[in-house]
Design a protein around this ligand. Structure first.
Ligand code: ZN
Length: 656
């Protein structure tokens, strides 16, 4: 492990917190040191208060900030003397500690100071860096881990046995650190938790962290426990229905929809097929802070009921020892190891599934290295339980209780690169769904840059291409719960006697047959939607009220309409609802080039302006208006409605 310090980069961050911000980001860049909030940093500064008096302020990483992208305002300033004094109290509950930290923060609107703030305060040095480095965890979670750590570091690091993060740990360190520390001490190892480094200078403190972790890495290398090979494991063909079925069952066990991300990389497959996987994966996470996201253990294979039973046993055994009465969390796993799927990660949002994936990627390395040292030793179940059911974490869960309408659900939108399709993607994302956008336009891939969006270039007239896109959707999010059939073309206007057969055929192929192909591929997935499948068909006002000159378009949309009606009859027994929107006067879409607009206006003997608002309400209808209706049709408002046809057209006189 090398220092990433760069003088030119460092110079770009000025102000008293500049060096602190810079080296925090350097730590955050290395995922083997800091992963998803698994580390924190601080600096102690002397500042003048409003009365001109000197005051010692501890700037400590605030919660909700990632070290990799932290800014100066991501550090919470707290009164150093007061916070340090807290460590001398005989006892303090963790909620009380959080209260004291919040009420001794010196800037209104600052983020909540890290739960490890008191630990930073009791260390005498100006700069303190803390990580949950993989290498240190591998050594500390092996047989005789404490002895190995002491051998590696000698007097360079104080060694603290495992205690749960919070007040008790900080108070213990406050007593123990002065006893063990010598002039040569530059760090502190918390067994089964992580490592601290400290110094008077930001660069020195950061580089000491690199040095301490490198010592653990070198130790592992010397013991042939650094790079652990696994036998090559070619990935079997992805079976999307099986993955969707697994997600369905896990969501049912949880009581709410969860997304599922499958990763069949050689590393995950190799680990899932490891001959000892039952032993090494079933002992606990690499560090207790992972358990909040991952639950205590991965499910082995796909037996969700067996996992639920084991989880209930674990709860009942450990809840007996808890100080406060506890209620069980949902007994659904947050990850599974499967010899065919590799790793399956479950979460309420796409971001959560990615976090589980990242955490377990590192956990695999930590476990394999500790195994190579003689045997992976996880924390006792009761310690894992204490973290999982920590009152501070439970309070956070309650706060996050009001999930968005479509949290944990997946919407697939065809023709999503522009117009109504793009607006639909936005409407579903806004309601918390993960969205898969399909389009032949390559812009679909980068339409949104966020973890809950997947754009796939797809020729919807090809069943094979649709199958590939469905695989991608299920691999990333676990299923398709809501389908918006939006892709369509509008052939140039022609009277019936002059319609070119190509124009007729392409209208039928794209507007009808492609929708049929997508419906056929999606049907098994819609059946497995945790809250029932929903299909929204973007029809056209031309279906109930055709106009002259658009026979190919109108006929194709009418055929699509009839297809949707029959599907509503056939799929109701599968719990799938199908409703249709008949938009009109929507001109902010790719269909409506100026040319098409002019020719349609002419067909009605109107100006373009008159044509655009030729509805009862004399209003222009936007893509967004149609998209909002599409999203609502998939929500609670339409829960008891199928085969409805709803106009979004400003009112059509002929249809009143
Ligand atoms: Zn920590």
């Amino acid at each position: 492990m090398k220092s990433l310090w760069n003088d030119a980069e460092a110079a770009q961050l000025s102000g008293p917190l500049g060096p602190r911000v810079y080296t925090s980001r350097l730590l955050g860049r290395d995922k083997s040191l800091v992963l998803h909030g698994g580390g924190n940093t601080s600096v102690k500064l002397r500042e003048k208060n409003l009365f001109g008096e000197d005051e010692d302020v501890l700037y400590v990483k605030g919660s909700g900030w990632d070290l990799e992208t932290i800014e100066a305002q991501g550090f919470a300033p707290v009164k150093l003397d007061y916070v340090r004094r807290l460590a001398s109290l005989p006892a303090l509950s963790d909620p009380q500690m959080v209260n004291e930290l919040a009420t001794h923060t010196l800037r209104a609107g600052a983020p909540a100071p890290s739960i490890e703030t008191i630990l930073h305060a009791i260390l005498p040095h100006k700069y303190v860096d803390h990580t949950h480095a993989d290498a240190v965890l591998s050594v500390s979670n092996s047989p005789d881990g404490e002895k190995r750590i002491r051998d590696i570091y000698g007097e360079r690091a104080v060694v603290i046995p495992y205690l749960m993060a919070g007040f008790d740990l900080a108070a213990y360190c406050a007593r123990e650190f002065p006893k063990q520390a010598t002039r040569g001490t530059v760090g502190m190892v918390l067994l089964s938790h992580g490592v601290f480094s400290f110094a008077g200078d930001a660069r020195e403190s950061y580089e000491l962290m690199i040095e301490l972790v490198s010592l653990a890495e070198k130790y592992l290398a010397a013991q042939k426990a650094w790079s652990i090979g696994l036998p090559p494991s070619p990935a079997p063909a992805f079976k999307r229905e099986e993955a969707a079925k697994l997600r369905h069952e896990v969501s049912r066990a949880a009581g709410f929809p969860l997304l599922c991300l499958c990763n069949d990389s050689p590393r995950f497959l190799g680990f899932a097929r490891h001959p000892q996987v039952g032993r090494i994966s079933q002992r606990g996470p690499a560090t207790p802070d992972h358990v909040i996201r991952t639950k205590p253990l991965p499910m082995l294979g796909r037996d969700v009921a067996a996992f639920g039973k084991a989880y209930r046993d674990y709860f009942e055994t450990n809840a007996k020892h808890a100080k406060e009465p506890k209620t069980i969390l949902d007994p659904a796993p947050r990850m599974a190891l499967d010899p065919e799927l590799g790793l399956a990660a479950f979460g309420r949002s796409a971001k959560d599934t990615r976090i589980v994936e990242d955490l377990y990627e590192h956990t695999v390395e930590v476990i394999l290295r500790a195994e190579a040292l003689g045997g992976w030793q996880a924390l006792e179940a009761k310690h894992i339980f204490d973290i999982e059911y920590w009152d501070l974490e439970q309070a956070k869960l309650k706060k996050g209780g009001s999930a968005p309408a479509f949290a944990g659900e997946v919407a697939l939108v065809t023709g999503a690169a522009s117009g109504i399709g793009k607006a639909c993607a936005e409407a579903f994302l806004k309601r918390g769904a993960a969205v898969v956008g399909l389009d032949r336009n390559p812009a679909i891939e980068t339409l949104f840059k966020r973890p809950d969006y997947l754009g796939v270039v797809c020729d919807l007239t090809s069943a094979a291409a649709i199958s590939v896109a469905m695989d991608a959707a299920v691999k990333r999010f676990g299923g398709v719960d809501m389908l918006v059939l939006n892709a369509g073309i509008f052939p140039s206007s022609a009277p019936v006697q002059s319609i070119a057969s190509d124009a007729w055929r392409s209208a039928m192929t794209v507007n009808v047959e492609a929708s049929l192909l997508v419906m056929q591929a999606a049907h098994p997935l819609l059946k497995l939607a945790p809250r029932g499948g929903r299909v929204v068909v973007i029809g056209s006002r031309n279906v109930p009220a055709p106009g002259p000159g658009a026979a190919a378009y109108s006929a194709s949309k009418a055929a699509l309409n009839q297809l949707a009606r029959v599907a509503a009859l056939e799929w109701a027994k599968d719990g799938i609802r199908i409703n249709t929107i008949h938009p009109d006067s929507v001109y902010d879409t790719a269909l409506w080039t100026e040319e098409v607009l002019a020719s349609r206006a002419k067909a009605y003997s109107m100006t373009v302006e008159q044509y655009k608002k030729r509805n009862l309400l004399k209003t222009e209808v936007a893509s967004k208006d149609v998209a909002e209706m599409a999203a609502e049709m998939c929500g609670a408002l339409f829960a008891k409605t199928t085969a409805a046809q709803v106009p979004v057209d400003g009112g059509t006189e002929k249809l009143v």
